[in-house]
Ligand binder design. Structure first.
Ligand code: NAD
Ligand code: UGA
Length: 464
């Protein structure tokens, strides 16, 4: 009997981990992940398990199922034609030009994928919207798919809620799985039941929610906006703390212990980063503007504005702390990824912090345990427009945190990597210029101990 075949278009942070989990949990299903990037596919197939993304537990998971019932391939058309179900997990970044530039999601890759499916498919397919997309995208995609008239397509919305750094545990034990479908169409309901069955292999049935397509699409944008809103709220409060002498961690704890509020996502920081929060909020803002809901649009837009403000004021604090000039001063950047346990730098707040410090003619020594040097240089080249020669004169990247701290005027923590808490600060203090400053953008360093060693320590929302 023919085994059930799943294809996923897009072998990125979502496509790779989600398909690995399905393959692991459903040995009776064959899963093929395709991409247009040869380098990415080669890396997923790397014999040594040198995968294109770092995610705790992912390597073990992939190696346990790869070439058993999980395959990574460049043969897009073959995978589409063979598939019973096709997930689309391509990137949907913010549009950079044209109508809706700076706000709307760019659906070019999604539409290209849909056109490819329409051109190739000759047997009925269930097409699953895994990428985060604006509301009513499924409807638009349906018209592209059905235009060829060659076969029948059922479209489902199945947004992904995993967070990077905890992707495998989030996939293994999700708070909920959301499946949106056209409840009035029996074929769509049948398709939905097939997807429910797949998830039921490891997710309790009461955590698999089924809704109409538009509720599902909108819920994804709202979930990210709510999470980001908490971060912007606590970051706004951190500014009040700095102005009044309250301590942000004490306030967050006191507020979060109210069960109606909850303790999670109340960690003050240099601002949220990552490829999704800002893009999804802007997509929601664009939707509201398009609907003429100006006050609602403005409400959500302020989450992003406050985030920009938090990054800016962190850099101002560094400059003011260093006697109003950082020109020619060596500053150590600890962490470049947008959060710990990932090598992803997309929209990382560290990029903006570095850009502003370079603009002030600082000399940067950067250390991150998982981000490649080439990625750091590419991000900084892109945001500063400095050529590689100029960049090399102002930026050095180290593979060892102690070397990165040598002869530095200030440490700046941008990512909350656990290893930063355990550094030998006595050794670091001896290596640094005096006075030795530490600007802790994540409030993870041992502030009191460092102060007793002689450091001048600034935390976010902390009394001076
Ligand atoms: P990504 O950039 O890591 O991966 C997307 C992949 O799609 C890339 O490898 C790209 O080469 C490939 N691709 C693009 N166009 C293609 C095409 N026409 N044919 C074949 N492959 C193509 O992106 P990601 O982080 O995995 O995000 C994918 C989607 O999932 C986005 O909509 C995002 O908002 C959403 N999402 C992301 C996360 C996350 O943690 N990163 C979590 C939930 C949802
Ligand atoms: C986020 C959501 O948490 C996921 O549910 C969602 O699926 C995903 O976006 C997506 O749609 O892409 P992710 O961006 O991977 O996941 O990571 P988060 O843990 O949400 O962190 C986002 C940013 O907020 C990071 O820069 C993090 O450092 C920051 N953050 C988070 C804080 O500054 N404080 C907090 O309390 C929490």
């Amino acid at each position: 009997m023919k085994r059930y075949q799943i294809c996923c278009i897009g072998a990125g942070y979502v496509g790779g981990p989600t398909m690995s989990m399905i393959a692991y949990q459903c040995p009776h299903i064959d899963v093929t992940v395709v991409d247009i990037s040869q380098a990415r596919i080669d890396s997923w197939n790397s014999p040594s398990g040198d995968l294109p993304i770092y995610e705790p537990g992912l390597r073990e998971l992939v190696l346990s199922v790869r070439d058993r019932n999980l395959f990574f391939s460049m043969e897009l058309d073959e995978a589409i034609e063979n598939a019973d179900m096709i997930f689309v997990a391509v990137n949907t970044p913010t549009k950079m030009s044209g109508l809706g530039a700076g706000r709307a999601a760019d659906l070019t890759r999604w539409e290209l994928s849909a056109r490819r499916i329409a051109a190739v498919a000759t047997t009925p397919k269930i097409v699953v919207e895994k990428s985060t997309v604006p509301i009513r995208t499924a409807e638009a995609i349906a018209s592209v798919l059905t235009a060829s008239g060659r076969t029948h397509f059922s479209i489902l919305s199945n947004p992904e809620f995993l967070a990077e750094g905890t992707a495998i545990q989030d996939l293994q034990n999700p708070d909920r799985v959301l499946i949106g479908t056209n409840t009035e169409d029996p074929c769509s309901v049948e398709a939905m039941n097939v997807l429910v069955d797949i998830y039921s292999h490891w997710v309790p049935r009461n955590r698999i929610l089924t809704t109409n397509v538009w509720s599902s699409e909108l819920s994804k944008l709202v979930a990210n906006s709510c999470l980001a809103q908490r971060v912007s709220t606590i970051n706004a409060v951190s500014e009040i703390c700095e102005a009044t002498g309250a301590d942000i961690d004490e306030v967050a704890n006191a507020v979060g212990l109210d069960k109606r509020i909850g303790v999670k996502f109340l960690k003050a920081s240099i601002g949220f980063g990552g490829s999704c929060f800002q893009k999804d909020i802007l997509s929601l803002v664009y939707l509201c503007e398009s609907l003429g809901l100006d006050e609602v649009a403005e409400y959500f837009y302020w989450i992003v504005k406050l985030n920009d403000h938090q990054k800016e004021r962190f850099v101002f604090r560094i400059i003011h702390g260093l006697f109003n000039t950082v020109t020619g001063k060596r500053i150590t950047i600890l962490g470049f990824a947008f959060k710990k346990d990932t090598g992803d730098t997309r929209e990382s707040s560290a990029i903006e912090v570095c850009r502003r410090l370079l603009h002030e003619n600082a000399i940067l020594s950067i250390y991150d345990p998982k981000v490649q040097s080439s990625q750091i240089l590419s991000d900084l080249g892109h945001c500063t427009r400095l050529d590689p020669l100029e960049l090399n004169q102002h930026v050095s990247i180290y593979a060892d945190p102690y070397e990165a701290c040598n002869q530095s005027h200030a440490l700046v923590v941008c990512t909350e990597w656990d290893l930063f808490k355990e550094l030998d600060f006595e050794r670091i203090y001896c290596q640094m210029e005096k006075p030795a400053f530490a600007f802790d953008g994540r409030n993870i360093l041992p502030h009191e101990r460092m102060k007793s060693l002689g450091f001048v320590v600034y935390g976010i929302g902390k009394p001076l």
